[in-house]
Design a protein around this ligand. Sequence first.
Ligand code: FAD
Length: 302
Amino acid sequence: MSPIDSLIDRPISSLLAERDHPLLSYEFFPPKSETGMQSLQSAMEGLLDTHPDFVTITYGAGGSTRGQTFEIAEWLRRFRYRPVMPHLTCVGHSQAELGDIADRIHEDGFRNIMTLRGDPPKGDSEFVPPADGFGNARDLAAFLKNRHPDFCLGVAAYPEGHPESRGEAEDIDYLKQKVDAGADFITTQLFLNNKVFYRFRDRCDAAGIDIPILPGLMPALSVAQIQRICGMCQAELPAALLEKLENAGDNVQDAGILWCMEQIVDLLQQGVPGIHLYILNQIKPALSYQLACRFIEMTRGL
Ligand SMILES: Cc1cc2nc3c(=O)[nH]c(=O)nc-3n(C[C@H](O)[C@H](O)[C@H](O)COP(=O)(O)OP(=O)(O)OC[C@H]3O[C@@H](n4cnc5c(N)ncnc54)[C@H](O)[C@@H]3O)c2cc1C
C-alpha cells in the first residue's frame, strides 16, 4: 500500500462484501460542552481495544456543532479508527455548499458518508428544503454519488416508521428510492424489540431492497433516558424491558446492557451483516457487543 493509499478510507461496502465476521460500528456525536469533550476523548481511548470495523460521527441538527463533525472525524482517524464515516444532512445547505463539503472530505481521504435529510430545525414542524438545497436524503445521495462515484453512502431507515411517515408502504418506497439513487448500505433507527426488525427486513426483501441492512441498537442506561429516546424516535419500549429496568435499582445500566446483549446474540444468530451501536460517547454500551460475542463463543457446540 502506498502512503497515499493509506490515507484513503476503504469503502464500507467493500468491508461488508468481503467480511468474514459481522461488522461492528459505533456512532459518536460532537459534544456541546467541555465535559462532553472529555467523555468523548475517554470513549475514543477506551474503545480502541474493542476494534470496531468502522465508526461514524453525527452531523449537528443546527449550526453549533457542525464544523466539529469533520474535526472529530480527523481526530478519530488520528486515534487510528478507520474507516471513519462522517454524517451529512441537507439542513441549511445549498447544493454549492454540499458540493464543497463533499469535495473537501473526499480530498481528505474519507470515502464513506452517512447521507441524511436531517430533522426540521427546532420549532418547525415540517422540513422546508433550503434555498437551492435538497428536500430529502434520496436527492442528496444522488448528488453525492454523481459528484464522487467512489463515495460509499449509508442511508437511514426506520423499522417502526419515521415520525413523519404516512404508512409502511410509502416508507419502504422512499427507502427503495434512496437505494436506487446510490445508497450502498442501510443503518436502522434503534429498536428494542427484534421482531420489529425482522418484519422490516422482510418488507425490504419483498420490495427488492438488496443492500446490507445494519441494525442500530442502543442499550438503555436509565429509565428516563430510554423513555425520552423512544418517545423521540417512536420506538417501542417493551414492557418486559421497562420492568427489568425499574426493578434493577442501582444495576439499571447492567439490566439495559444485558437486554441489548440478548438482542445482539439473537440478531447475529439470524445472520445480520453487522451491528451498529449508538454508544452516546460512552464506553459502557460497547460491553453489550463484547458480552454477546463471548456468550456465542461459550455456547457454541452446547
Ligand atoms: C442511522 C441514523 C443516523 C442519523 N444521523 C443524523 C445526524 O447525524 N444528524 C441529524 O441531524 N439527524 C440524524 N438522523 C436523524 C434523521 O436526520 C431524521 O430522522 C430525519 O428526519 C430524516 O432523515 P432521513 O435521511 O431518514 O430522511 P429521508 O429519507 O429524506 O426521509 C425523511 C421523510 O421524508 C419522507 N420522504 C423521503 N423521500 C421523500 C420524497 N421523495 N417525497 C416525499 N417525502 C419523502 C420519508 O418517508 C420520511 O418521512 C439519523 C437517523 C438515523 C436512523
